[in-house]
Design a protein around this ligand. Structure first.
Ligand code: PMP
Length: 415
């Protein structure tokens, strides 16, 4: 009955309405966490009876689990278009991936990031000098700012440019190719935060020419607690292990002087100490397979249709304003943030939940410098000066009816 390219769990969950009665829950907060894809959940359920730890046990189930775990790594690598020498490290989340990378930067690496980034891409670089570039208001401005900042750094210093694939606030796509080209010209490396891009568009490391990519399983129709850092292995295999412990070592010995000598693994195991999240890794690989099977063309077509309904619908409601960095014509994924004149964002979000069974998010979305700047711009334009925004976001499993319900609901709230 639900005409979606990627069936997800939760489509039949009923929630009570303030007016009495029940309604099917409209999960319009996929940018925070997407519902699990049915195909992913089925694979996890099929694996559960064979559940066993990896890389340690000698039993048959353990060997089989190890094989599946490593096959998952290879599948994620293929999904991401990894190159020879790239590694796929299983992490807990995008945040975890970026913190891992931060610990692997050579001493003295300068980091460059826009103030508009999600805090997960803005904050992990505390041990390194960070140049925080102003929030750009056009793609050209972003490229120019990076060009100037990289040119101004001391000659020969290693540099890392942080780039977002798609904004978690406005959904807008960033000029990744152009930014990478500038970085390359200046000999800088690039990490792509694909937390919001990977669920909506193909991400190919080779094609984009980025050094690393990070994303989260729970935004990619897989369970929580699983994420990926993929990319160049050189800095990773030289770095201090992210966690120290079993599984990350090749040889541990006690010398005659009483000291421990450790030879760390040089592949992904170096940063995956402890018993890994086998279910999470299998689920992420299953999600990659499910998305590849549906195809990003079909996903994009579906999401564009819903995005059109939501954006055109909201634009026709007096007092509703969509937040945008690069202008309303900029290409974007299925994320829309807006304010409603005279309405607190938190109140609007609560009413959407209680009166209409729609789950959204209100706040600053862990991107405070960006949201503050966009809201201040509204206040300058003579509006009330809201303190927060409402965000709706959807995906390959969102039915059209939920997008339509949202527009009707906001129209009633704004009246
Ligand atoms: N980057 C972006 C662009 C995000 O939207 C998010 C999640 N909101 C993150 C990073 C962090 O992801 P996680 O919470 O899964 O670590």
């Amino acid at each position: 009955s639900l005409d979606v390219p990627l069936p997800v769990l939760g489509a039949d969950v009923l929630v009570p309405l303030a007016s009495g009665g029940q309604i099917d829950y409209a999960a319009l907060d996929c940018a925070a966490s997407a519902p699990a894809a049915r195909a992913v959940w089925d694979e996890v359920a099929a694996f559960a009876p064979h559940y066993a730890g990896v890389h340690r046990g000698a039993g048959q189930l353990s060997l089989r689990a190890t094989e599946l775990f490593e096959r998952s790594r290879a599948e994620v690598a293929a999904f991401l278009g990894c190159r020879p020498g790239d590694q796929v490290v299983f992490t807990r989340s995008t945040t975890d991936s970026l913190n891992l990378l931060a610990g692997a930067l050579p001493e003295g690496t300068r980091v460059f990031a826009f103030a508009s980034e999600h805090h997960a891409l803005l904050l992990p670089w505390r041990r390194h000098p960070l140049t925080c570039l102003p929030v750009p208001r056009s793609a050209a401005e972003a490229v120019r700012a990076v060009d100037e900042a990289l040119a101004a750094r001391p000659a020969g210093t290693p540099a890392l440019l942080c780039v977002t694939g798609a904004s978690n606030v406005t959904g807008e796509l960033w000029p990744v190719r152009e930014l990478v080209a500038v970085a390359r010209r200046h000999g800088a490396r690039v990490v792509l935060d694909a937390a919001q891009l990977a669920p909506h568009r193909a991400v190919d490391l080779g094609e984009l020419d980025v050094d690393w990519v990070a994303f989260s399983g729970h935004k990619l129709y897989a369970p929580f607690g699983s994420g990926v850092l993929a990319g160049r292995g050189d800095w990773l295999s030289e770095a201090e292990p992210y966690l120290a412990g079993g599984g990350a070592t090749r040889v541990v010995t006690r010398g005659s002087d009483g000291r421990l000598a450790v030879e760390w693994a040089r592949d992904e195991a170096r940063h995956e100490a402890g018993s890994p999240n086998v279910i999470g890794a299998l689920a992420v690989a299953a999600a990659c397979r499910a998305l590849a099977a549906v195809g990003f063309e079909a996903i994009e077509a579906h999401e564009r249709r819903l995005l059109g309904v939501v954006r055109e619908g909201l634009a026709s409601v007096p007092g509703v304003r969509e937040l945008s960095l690069f202008g309303s014509g900029a290409d974007r994924v299925a994320v829309v943030s807006f304010t409603v004149a005279g309405r607190e964002a938190a109140d609007a979000a609560r009413e959407l939940s209680e009166r209409y069974g729609i789950g959204v998010r209100a706040g600053m979305f862990c991107a405070q410098p960006l949201v503050r700047e966009l809201l201040d711009a509204e206040a300058d334009a003579g509006c009330e000066g809201p303190e927060a925004a409402v965000r709706v976001s959807f995906g390959a499993g969102t039915p059209l009816a939920h997008a339509e319900r949202l527009v009707l609901a906001v129209r009633e709230l704004a009246a």
